[in-house]
Design a protein around this ligand. Structure first.
Ligand code: IMP
Length: 194
């Protein structure tokens, strides 16, 4: 069965493709000739993921899933949340975003935060969603060179290193996206027998 992963991020696509059950033929937006940047106009992670999945299903008449991720900071009433990519402006710079967040938390003792990934799946005219989260805290200064986005300032609970200092295997195992993808994969494996 053909299933579209609605992402333009080739690294994300490659990571997920190897995990798919054998009855799923995973194809990318490039594979189906979708070059446009699908607008993320929703006010929640779930709404944005659904908008992206619906765009592909409606325009190309294909089963599809899409993901959306945000960093939710306790002391900032869960900001930047759905606006994580553009927190410091339309340039979507990870450095600018981290600097702005560190400034916003200056002098703040409550540094609790969590990453959340929501996946929306449109499969055979039905809609499903899956969520993965990881709890942690925002450290006082950037540490580590791995990962991307806010990884250098996020330390997951139970570890003394940031996501940017931890091996990718660890991040995938305990992280938000890895958990959401695992739920999706389990569901797809079971869907074969339905
Ligand atoms: P997206 O939904 O994957 O586009 O992610 C939205 C924003 O959240 C990105 O621009 C990143 O800055 C941030 N982000 C997403 N996933 C991660 C992650 O695993 N680590 C750190 N930051 C992330």
């Amino acid at each position: 069965m053909k299933l579209v992963f609605a992402t333009h991020n080739e690294n994300k696509f490659a990571e997920v493709k190897v995990l798919m059950p054998s009855h799923i033929q995973l194809v990318s937006l490039t594979d189906i000739g979708c070059t446009e940047d699908i607008p993320e106009t929703g006010s929640t992670l779930k709404a944005n993921a659904q908008i992206k999945a619906d765009y592909v299903t409606e325009k190309f008449n294909l089963s599809c899933f899409a993901d959306d991720t945000g960093l939710l900071v306790n002391a900032l009433n869960d900001a930047p949340g759905v606006y994580s990519a553009r927190y410091a402006g339309e340039q979507k710079s990870a450095e600018d975003n981290m600097n702005k967040l560190l400034m916003a938390l200056k002098g703040q003792s409550d540094r609790k935060a969590r990453f959340s990934t929501v996946i929306a799946l449109n499969l055979n005219d039905e809609r499903y969603s899956f969520e993965g989260t990881v709890e942690g805290e925002i450290v006082h200064q950037k540490k580590g060179a791995g990962g991307f986005g806010y990884d250098p300032i996020f330390r997951p609970d139970g570890y003394d290193k940031t996501f940017a200092e931890l091996p990718l295997e660890t991040k995938n195992k305990i992280g938000h996206r890895g958990k959401a993808i695992l739920l999706l994969i389990r569901f797809l494996e079971n869907s074969k027998s339905r």
